[in-house]
Design a protein around this ligand. Sequence first.
Ligand SMILES: [Zn+2]
Length: 106
Amino acid sequence: MSIPRIKKGDTVAAIAGVDAGKSGKVLQVIPGLGRVLVEGVNLGKKTLRKTQDTPQGGIVEKEKPMALSNVLLYCPDCKKGVRTGRAQDGERRIRKCKACGHAFDS
Ligand SMILES: [Zn+2]
C-alpha cells in the first residue's frame, strides 16, 4: 500500500486553481475522493438557511475540498510547494524535499 503523499496537519501549497500560490494547513484528507481540505484555500461561498441560530440566513466562506494533484507539500526552506521523495530514517520512512533535502515528518 502506498503512503499518502499528504496527510492531515501538513502545510501544503496550492499549485492550480484560483488560489494557486496560497498555502495552508491540511484540515482533512478524503482518500476515497483523492481530495484534501486546506485551511483558507479554495474558499467557496456557502449559503446558510434561516435557522434559529442564524435567523437572517446568510453567506459564509468555507473551504471546499481540492484535488490532491493540485497541492504540493510546502517546504519552509524553499518557501514554496515542492516535490518530495522518500528517505529512510532508521525504522521510519520520511518525506524529503527534492530541492533542498528538508526532512518532513521529523
Ligand atoms: Zn525545500
